[in-house]
Design a protein around this ligand. Structure first.
Ligand code: Q9C
Ligand code: ZN
Length: 665
């Protein structure tokens, strides 16, 4: 099951035919540079190419009115003057004799993608289309959009495949008001959009793009608007919103399908967005969505007007859909004050609808309005000198070179090597020097040759992961403590290495004695540990340990991932203690999410008795999507309390744990 790529050059065959400064950025080259970058990087070849089709009238009528469709149908026959005239009734959009044809292909491309994924032919995919869609409304074109490609795709998925819940993630920098209007009273479609807003001073200047517009009637809570009230938002700002809003709510919602309004005008260098998130952020945004809906992610191009930034971002997205390990996250220095204010506003507006964020502090309604005024004021006194966004420079994302071996395993005799994995247990004797070191440092019984072989294979595995010959690994060991110590000592010896140790289950984790930052240990257990005030040992005590999926996922999304991303380890050592109580699906989610760190270098350690878990673990390490957890119920109050108090205690040291702006007076 691979990645679908849907593209047709025909969609480059329309353009602006008159002078209109608002529309001059929407050019055919947007598509050609994106596609050429995919071809030149070899990514296009690795995707399955699926032909586009024309959306039918019936498809288009799922979202648009008959009158509007009829009107658009007349545009191929209009003269230039008539086209100009027709365009005038809408905002920031242009028509061309061939745009109706392209708009049918753009919507049809989104439908072909949904068909490929929902029939199970393809795991996920991307459609490169023009015109974009998310601004177009039932009876109106807007913002370069003619038909609402993604909204049509969502209705189609529900109608044709009986899909119960669809998540639409709109990471384009403009508010997809067309999508919002289409689903505002519909609880089966959760629409999330972040957008440049600047307190309504930015296009499309709608009151209804603000954070307190949450959906109507039965759909209340199913529309999430994150307004950016300043330009210059960076990687940390975007990730914070994913960790503290989108992901908790999305996991609670549990979609059957994820559609992405994949606009890249939210990336650095874009003249419209004026934001500063680098192209690699799209690898992470994509990756973080890929364990929802069993991996059924369909990305459909929307905006993106800096051709360099656009092409790089499209490549990052597609390469991630293909399953290649994601790059180390860059520039994570914590969210800015304005982003935190938005984050806090959104969380307080939505806490009543989603138990996963119910613990967020309520915002007194009086403060909402004063905050507006206060923020609007500080916008006035700071009219910074305009540096053209297009002059912005940033390093080209480093080439993502997949390891020769994706997953290697070290297993005791008699345990079969899982499919697609490389088995590392070596029959030959380990290097005598290393053997001696092990005997001195780790082995309780110097003549335990089994243990010696296991440890030396484990170190060989860690070494080859460090050299990027192997991406991820799994080892079954008899003595977990010894194995942890061995890997940590070995890996932390290199100057620039940092190890994130994630431990699920009770039991002592060795070697968090040192506080030098070379290791960060996060342990999930049911036993309250002696409160250690050490920045690098974080015990997370959950009432039912790891048995309650809601509490566990809350801790993973709101605590572990922000910590992990900010720590930026070179290796993730994931340890499953015996009797952890974690079920396979939650375990797979954890592995999937952690592979966003350390370029996917995850080394899993388990007790030798956990043979039954080898298969599921290997599958996740190989990059298979985790199965959906189903709709999550409210986490236990004790667990919420435990995670929140940790978050508060740690947020001074770890900025990605913040969810509110620091008090200014
Ligand atoms: N300078 C999409 O990205 N123009 N549409 C705004 C403010 C409209 C963008 C003018 C931008 C529409 C799909
Ligand atoms: Zn846009």
């Amino acid at each position: 099951m691979g990645t679908a790529l849907i593209y047709d050059e025909e969609m480059t065959n329309y353009k602006l035919l008159w002078v209109d400064p608002a529309c001059k950025i929407e050019v055919p080259e947007r598509l050609t540079v994106s596609y050429e970058a995919l071809v030149e990087s070899g990514l296009a070849d690795r995707c399955m190419s699926i032909p586009v089709r024309e959306a039918t009238d019936a498809d288009i009528l799922l979202v648009h009115s008959e009158d509007y469709l009829d009107a658009v149908k007349t545009t191929p026959y209009k003269t230039l003057e008539e086209l100009k005239e027709f365009t005038l009734q809408f905002g920031d959009v242009y028509f061309h004799p061939n745009i109706y044809h392209c708009a049918k292909l753009a919507a049809g491309a989104a439908l072909q993608l949904v068909d490929s994924v929902l029939t199970g032919k393809m795991r996920n995919g991307m459609a490169l289309v023009r015109p974009p869609g998310h601004h177009s409304m039932c009876s109106a074109a807007s913002g370069f959009c003619v038909f609402n490609n993604v909204a049509i795709a969502a209705k189609y998925a529900k109608q044709k495949y009986g899909v119960k819940r669809v998540l639409i993630v709109d990471w384009d920098i403009h508010h997809g008001q067309g999508v919002q209007y289409c689903f505002e009273d519909d609880p089966s479609v959760l629409y999330f959009s972040w957008h440049r807003y600047e307190h309504q001073k930015y296009w499309p200047h709608l009151r209804e793009s603000d954070f307190d517009i949450v959906g109507k009637e039965k759909g209340a809570g199913f529309n999430i608007n994150v307004p950016w009230n300043k330009v210059g938002m960076q990687n940390s700002d975007y990730l914070s919103v994913f960790f503290h809003i989108l992901l908790p709510v999305a996991y609670e919602f549990s979609p059957d399908l994820v559609l992405v309004c994949a606009g890249f005008d939210s990336g650095i260098g874009d003249p419209e967005g004026k934001m500063c998130a680098t192209p690699d952020i799209f690898a992470h945004l994509t990756h973080l969505l890929m364990n929802l809906a069993g991996g059924k992610v369909c990305a459909v191009l929307e905006g993106g007007y800096n051709l360099t930034s656009l092409a790089q971002s499209v490549c990052q997205t597609v390469q991630t859909l293909l399953g290649d390990p994601v790059p180390r996250p860059s520039n994570l220095d914590g969210p800015c004050k304005s982003a935190l204010e938005s984050l806090h506003c959104v969380r307080s507006a939505h806490r009543r609808y989603w138990s996963s964020i119910r613990h967020a502090a309520d915002l007194p309604s009086c403060e909402i309005s004063t905050k507006h005024i206060k923020l609007a004021e500080d916008k006035l006194d700071k009219e910074e000198e305009e540096k053209s966004a297009e002059e912005e420079v940033w390093p080209q994302p480093p080439k993502r070179v997949p390891s020769a071996i994706r997953t290697a395993v070290v297993l005791p005799e008699g345990v079969a090597c899982p499919d697609r994995c490389k088995c590392l247990m070596s029959a030959e004797d380990p290097d005598p020097l290393i053997a001696n070191k092990f005997r001195e440092n780790f082995l309780k019984d110097a003549d335990d040759s089994d243990a010696l072989t296991t440890l030396s294979s484990l170190i060989a595995l860690a070494e080859r992961m460090e050299k990027n010959e192997i991406c991820s690994g799994l080892a079954l060991v008899r003595d977990i403590s010894m194995a942890i110590m061995c890997v940590i000592q070995h890996t932390a010896a290199a100057l620039s290495n940092r190890v994130l140790v994630v431990c699920v289950g009770d039991g002592k984790v060795p070697s968090h004695g040192t506080d030098d930052g070379k290791t960060l240990v996060v342990q999930f257990s049911s036993k309250k540990s002696e409160e250690q005030k050490c920045k690098y040992y974080i015990p997370v005590c959950l009432k039912k340990g790891c048995q309650d999926a809601s509490g566990f996922m809350q801790a993973v999304l709101g605590l572990l991932l922000p910590l992990g991303y900010e720590y930026d380890p070179s290796l993730v050592l994931l340890v499953k203690m015996p009797d952890s109580g974690l079920c396979d699906t939650v375990w797979k989610q954890l592995i999937g999410l952690l592979q966003g760190l350390a370029q996917g270098h995850t080394l899993v350690l388990m007790q030798d008795v956990e043979r039954a878990c080898v298969g599921p673990t290997a599958s996740s390490l190989l990059g298979d999507a985790a199965p959906s957890l189903g709709q999550l119920h409210a986490p236990l109050p004790e667990d919420v309390e435990a995670v929140e108090s940790l978050r508060h205690r740690l947020k001074a040291d770890w900025k990605l744990l913040q969810t509110t702006a620091p008090e200014t007076r």
